[in-house]
Write a protein that binds this ligand. Structure first.
Ligand code: PLP
Length: 381
């Protein structure tokens, strides 16, 4: 029997959607630079502007609010750099933020304050309210959904606090986009980071969405591309793929609910043998991404789980995958007050091409590995 190949690591990167692949290939056939005035240049410009509209529609904004960049990391950096330029003197980041936000904030020269998470992985707004009452205008960075647990944050409530304090709210929506409906205006964010490869587009392209209260100041200098907000010839093919993926993701949003049903069925199976689902309590509050499961079983190390599942043909990850293949105890789980479970956290994440059978097979492989490890431990004892 051949080994199955089941990909359940969409939060690291999603497989490219056929619509996106086609759009990328078509764009490669266009030779022009979008800044050139001749016919080929205008064709390339059309590709970029079509994609800008598609990406804008995914999050409910007009195309002019979208600035294309090289990915989620650069989008976060552009927002934080712009706020620093605008005279904000401190940045408040939630403890659940991705390194792209945490490290950029640390390097920004602004004073950095860490907003704690509660046991469900939700940011502590009581803490934020108090912190905002201190002197000075603050940039607040709160992600829409966490990459490890899928926990959705109270962005609209945060926005009310940030606006009352005349602050700037930056939302990293890299993991949420294409998985849940997003209305930028209703959320009340000032800026929002998006990344193509998390929703079925190519890697190396993303966008910063900016509302009217935010002034984006370019962080790399050169030509006047992206209306002076981001210098450098546009990644036309990547942008084309991003646009097509965004349109397909918006179309497919209703079917994401199935992922939630299948994910929960797997959760019940692992809970029945004693595993814990992290962030589950957030479901009844602001929700969780439907396709993300963060589980932990004491004594079953993250790395051992990842290796055992890989041997069974199931690809998942331990916590955040952006740390160059390093498996370290989950910082997010730690921030939720479960340091005891941090070394055992496993992230299973599906997406647009994931079937019910994929979730079932993942459960079969996990339970088989768990009972093998348990049996071995009992033999040793
Ligand atoms: N923000 C979050 C929440 C992420 O999960 C990631 C990638 O894992 C990023 C930002 C970085 O995005 P990119 O890989 O496009 O730079």
């Amino acid at each position: 029997m051949t080994k199955p190949s089941i990909y359940l690591d969409y939060n690291a990167t999603a497989p490219i959607r056929p619509e996106a692949r086609d759009a990328v290939l078509r764009a490669f056939e266009t030779a022009g630079n979008p800044s050139s005035v001749h016919a080929s240049g205008r064709a390339a410009r059309d590709i970029v502007e079509t994609a800008r509209k598609q990406v804008g529609e995914l999050v409910g904004v007009v195309p002019g609010s979208v600035t294309f960049v090289s990915g989620g990391t650069e989008a976060n950096a552009l927002a934080i750099g712009s706020a620093a330029f605008a005279g904000f003197n401190r940045v408040i980041v939630s403890e659940g933020e991705h390194d792209a936000v945490l490290e950029t904030a640390a390097a920004s020269g602004l004073q950095v304050l860490k907003m704690p998470l509660d046991a469900d992985g939700v940011a502590r707004l009581d803490w934020l309210e108090e912190a905002l009452s201190d002197e000075g205008r603050a940039l607040v960075c709160l992600m829409l959904a966490n990459n490890e647990t899928g926990v959705i944050q109270p962005i609209a409530e945060t926005s009310a606090l940030v606006r009352a304090a005349d602050g700037w709210l930056h939302v990293d929506a890299v993991q949420a986009a294409g998985k849940i409906a997003i209305d930028f205006t209703a959320l009340g964010a000032d800026t929002m980071a998006l990344s193509a490869h998390k929703l079925g587009g190519p890697q190396g392209v993303g966008a910063l969405v900016a509302g009217t209260r935010a002034t984006i100041v370019r962080q790399q200098h050169g030509g006047g591309q992206e209306r002076g907000r981001r210098a450098g010839t546009e990644n036309v093919a990547g942008i084309a793929g991003f646009g097509a993926a965004a349109e397909a993701a918006a179309r497919d949003l209703p079917s994401m609910a199935n992922q939630g049903t299948w994910r929960d069925a797997l959760a019940e199976r692992v809970k029945a043998v004693g595993a814990v689902v992290l962030g589950e309590g957030a479901q009844e509050r602001f929700g969780r991404l439907p396709q993300t499961l963060c589980l932990a079983a004491e004594g079953f190390a993250s790395q051992i789980q990842v290796m055992n599942l890989d041997l069974a043909g199931v690809m998942v990850s331990a916590g955040s995958a952006c740390s160059s293949g390093k498996v370290k105890a989950s910082r997010v789980v730690d921030a939720m007050g479960r340091a005891d479970l941090a070394p055992f956290a496993l992230r299973v994440s599906g997406g647009w091409a994931t079937t019910e059978q994929d979730w079932i097979s993942c459960g079969d492989a996990w339970l088989a590995a768990y009972s093998r490890i348990g049996a071995r431990r009992r033999e040793v004892a």
